[in-house]
Design a protein around this ligand. Sequence first.
Ligand SMILES: NC(=O)C1=CN([C@@H]2O[C@H](COP(=O)(O)OP(=O)(O)OC[C@H]3O[C@@H](n4cnc5c(N)ncnc54)[C@H](OP(=O)(O)O)[C@@H]3O)[C@@H](O)[C@H]2O)C=CC1
Ligand SMILES: N[C@@H](CCC(=O)N[C@@H](CSC=O)C(=O)NCC(=O)O)C(=O)O
Ligand SMILES: [Zn+2]
Ligand SMILES: [Zn+2]
Length: 385
Amino acid sequence: MLAATVGKPIQCVAAVAYNAKKSLSVEEITVDPPKAHEVRIKIEFTAVCHTDAYTLSGSDPEGLFPCILGHEGAGIVESVGDDVMTVKPGDHVIALYTAECGKCKFCTSGKTNLCSAVRATQGKGVMPDGTTRFHNAKGEDIYHFMGCSTFSEYTVVADVSVVAIDPKAPLDAACLLGCGVTTGYGAAIKTANVQEGDTVAVFGCGTVGLSVMQGAKSRGASKIIAVDINNKKRQYSSDFGATDFINPKEDLAEDQTIVEKLIDMTDGGLDFTFDCTGNTNIMRDALEACHKGWGQSIIIGVAAAGEEISTRPFQLVTGRVWKGSAFGGIKGRSEMGGLIKDYQSGALKVEEFITHRRPFKEINQAFEDLHNGDCLRTVLRFQEE
Ligand SMILES: NC(=O)C1=CN([C@@H]2O[C@H](COP(=O)(O)OP(=O)(O)OC[C@H]3O[C@@H](n4cnc5c(N)ncnc54)[C@H](OP(=O)(O)O)[C@@H]3O)[C@@H](O)[C@H]2O)C=CC1
Ligand SMILES: N[C@@H](CCC(=O)N[C@@H](CSC=O)C(=O)NCC(=O)O)C(=O)O
Ligand SMILES: [Zn+2]
Ligand SMILES: [Zn+2]
């Protein structure tokens, strides 16, 4: 049965980021009905990713205010606009910040998950027709974010930016597949394509880094070295598959660098390293810890505007490879079903990342949770208990 709201604006709660570096304003907004090729979703659960905090910090060149942040969200389709063929009201869905149209040059290349269908307007905080579906009580427009804006009880996304999932999958866990878990797991099994026996080092043991570890473990990596400055990440790393943990502040000999330590531990360097910190100095270490001739370093972390990476070109001349990975190289609409199956079979840990749960109105505390070394993900629920 269709909702009584179909075709009408909906008033609901949302967290509006009016300015960089300021708390979010939890307030009532209006969400317009979806236009053609758009989908309106009732978000049930959303988590806060480090990238939401990055954009709120003002360091994101694409950060626009006021906006509704949030891109790790799962919910139920409330209504669809004309010509939407892929999801229907009542479907359980995950919002996708990496769209998949299946038709563009990128989608048909077989080389990348970076669909171009809506990326340009997405970066400008608007829907593909150049307008926004969000307005505050004063009638002012509010920008969208990463094509998702899951920090709103109702959101509107492009039809290429949403995937239906098995309704038996719990939505509180499924929302984490909207970013962090998929990103790390995919970076290991798709971007790097880690093979049995490979040696791997992961810098940064948050949700993304730990998900790289579980991907590497699933492929039979012989050594998975976790590197983090926070000792609270030691146990988590072991739980998600690390064979070793190094805290560079404590575990290096005098005058020893982390690069030297890693090269010592792996007979000349690693087959694969992953930056999951967003720190450009760490990105350099990660590259230089790779094995001469074939080691690959995958950059996943997001660095602020103006930051640049550097190394001696000799590092690349002698066979080390620098690569990047967005959303783990995963094509959201065609490959999410497989990840849900991996989760349901127990092959992919997802619930284990939910260290904190809060009602949506506590979203500002959820941003504070991010700075607490114990927190992997805070999941916010819209439904009052
Ligand atoms: N490319 C993509 O598609 C995506 C990229 N990202 C990016 O990936 C990164 C990781 O995200 P997420 O896992 O959510 O973030 P977290 O903040 O949860 O994890 C980062 C970890 O790195 C640790 N760390 C910080 N500095 C160092 C250092 N110098 N050496 C070693 N470890 C360090 C942090 O420690 P502490 O707790 O003490 O700060 C923390 O444990 C972010 O930059 C995020 O923006 C996220 C999703 C998708
Ligand atoms: N607007 C940012 C872009 C930051 C970035 O690299 N985003 C990642 C996803 S981070 C998720 O938590 C990504 O997928 N990038 C590919 C893309 O098309 O945006 C900036 O300019 O720094
Ligand atoms: Zn994210
Ligand atoms: Zn495409």
